[in-house]
Design a protein around this ligand. Structure first.
Ligand code: GAR
Length: 208
């Protein structure tokens, strides 16, 4: 049997992207195991979702950034995390943290990067007036929302969209591309050359 990829998830809130991974694993679409879910928010619904799926959880109190990150690194290492997924994790990680796990941290962001990085990407898209936005899964590098892009999916913006309605439409696609990106990573099919990420499609019947 294939060795399962061990994933460490960092999440601050509701945790629907975490849930999409849990469901993907339960449906057999992902050969992976979520080894630990870490949150900087004691009340995050993500922690509740993890507990329901019998996944170990840890709340790390945010204090001094270097100490917070040191503790998170220790927990990820103790749990042998081979991939770290930022699933709605609302803190910026320092270069020290990122360089500890080169090309091993991925993030889901609710816009077509490099447009609308940072907070409230869906609101930014509506206020700017774009007709198409979407979501991006990317490797995390030292700059915010700027690492090599793994997968993106476009989503239309309608005239009567609110931040909520647009966010919901994007979220559906987030769940899909996040699970897909984790699957491709777990199958060792990603090759990064500079800023570009290439996906080995040999032997795949899936259209990416
Ligand atoms: C998602 O829309 C995710 O893309 C976004 O937070 C939401 C978390 O939802 N992340 C960011 O904006 C990171 N910059 P979830 O907790 O239900 O997965």
């Amino acid at each position: 049997m294939d060795k399962k990829l061990k994933i460490g998830v960092l999440a601050s809130g509701r945790g629907t992207n975490l849930q999409a991974m849990i469901d993907g694993i339960q449906r057999g679409e992902l050969s992976a195991e979520i080894a630990i879910v870490i949150s900087d928010n004691r009340d995050a619904m993500a922690l509740e979702r993890a507990r329901k799926a019998n996944i170990p959880t840890v709340y790390v109190k945010p204090g001094k950034k270097s100490e917070f990150e040191r503790e998170v690194i220790n927990i990820l290492e103790e749990n042998n995390a081979e991939l770290i997924v930022l699933a709605g994790f609302m803190r910026i990680l320092s270069p020290n943290f990122v360089n500890h796990f080169p090309l091993k941290i991925i993030n889901i962001h609710p816009s077509l990067l490099p447009s609308f990085p940072g907070l409230e990407a869906q609101r930014q898209a509506i206020e700017y007036g774009v007709k198409i936005t979407g979501c991006t899964v990317h490797f995390v590098n030292e700059m915010v929302d700027a690492g090599p892009i793994i997968l993106q999916e476009a989503v239309p913006v309608y005239d009567d969209d609110t931040v909520e309605s647009l966010s919901d439409r994007i979220l559906e696609k987030e769940h899909k591309i996040l699970v897909e990106a984790v699957r491709i990573f777990s199958e060792n099919k990603l090759k990064v050359i500079g800023r570009r990420v290439f996906i080995d499609k040999t032997g795949s019947d899936k259209c990416l």
